[in-house]
Design a protein around this ligand. Structure first.
Ligand SMILES: C[S@@+](CC[C@H](N)C(=O)[O-])C[C@H]1O[C@@H](n2cnc3c(N)ncnc32)[C@H](O)[C@@H]1O
Length: 255
């Protein structure tokens, strides 16, 4: 189990896009790529590719793994408001660091989030927010335990855990099996990871794999339960033939 004292140790870091993130001593890793930038990364790797694919949907349920500083959730609301979309949004987000969430009302977010400060405050205080268009629920506790209890069916998964090297249990075949079990038939998943082991875990759970060319940053992965047009398809059978030792991560190795 993770160490409570270490969980409290975090340092503020300025990313290259001018937005702030934290460095976690517990996971020995920043919450965002400091090179790609916290807000820029959220928008380019998660929000924009998701809304490009799901733009016709009037109602979306998003699973944001995990909440952290909430950039992915808040950037999604910022994007919807900026583009004047009428999409009704329900975001479910596991997070076990309650103290972090309660501290977010004082976090120095970018100006882009200024108009949604009331939402940030509500989530930080109550772990919950709801108005006519947006509903945000933090699922407090271990994501491995909360995911199988979710009753809603998910349209979009933002897979944004700490890296597989530092938080492997949120990247295994079994993790993606649990995530897939609560997905709609046409769900998509976005992630910064382009590692063969991670893509295999998704592929073995029925996801098609695509390369997403993000703007001014490294490429990322879009996975989808249906075939998508207009994205660079990755043939995982070919990848397996070319990389005979590649394997998905397994719970039994890390538990
Ligand atoms: C990389 S950060 C997420 C960044 C976030 N998406 C954002 O945009 O700010 C990973 C988060 O996962 C949380 N976490 C790690 N393992 C977890 C678990 N098993 N259950 C719930 N939360 C977990 C950490 O506390 C941390 O806040």
């Amino acid at each position: 189990m993770y160490n409570e004292n270490l969980r409290k140790q975090k340092e503020l870091i300025l990313c290259e896009d001018g937005t702030n993130t934290l460095y976690s001593k517990e996971f020995d890793e920043p919450y965002h790529s400091t090179k790609d930038g916290a807000l820029h990364e959220s928008l380019e790797k998660h929000v924009k590719p998701s809304f490009a694919i799901k733009k016709e949907k009037q109602q979306l349920t998003i699973l944001d793994i995990c909440f952290g500083l909430g950039y992915n959730t808040f950037a999604t609301i910022y994007y919807i408001k900026k583009h004047n979309l009428k999409t009704k949004l329900h975001i479910l987000s596991p997070e076990f660091d309650e103290e972090l969430i309660h501290s977010l009302k004082s976090f120095d977010y970018p100006l882009e989030f200024y108009k949604i400060k009331h939402i940030i405050d509500a989530v930080s205080n109550d772990l919950f927010y709801k108005d006519e268009q947006f509903k945000i629920e933090i699922l407090l506790g271990d994501a491995r335990k909360s995911i199988p209890k979710i009753k809603e069916k998910i349209d979009i998964v933002y897979q944004d855990a700490f890296s597989p090297a530092h938080n492997p249990l949120l990247w295994t075949y079994e993790w993606f099996r649990d995530v897939r079990a609560i997905c709609k038939e046409d769900a998509i998943l976005t992630t910064y990871s382009i590692a063969a082991a991670i893509r295999l875990g998704l592929y073995e759970n029925g996801f098609f794999i695509f390369l997403h060319h993000a703007k001014l940053m490294r490429s990322s992965t879009v996975a989808s339960l249906t075939m998508l047009e207009g994205l660079e398809y990755i043939d995982m059978e070919l990848k397996k033939e070319r990389n005979l030792t590649a394997r998905s991560l397994r719970d039994e190795v890390y538990r």
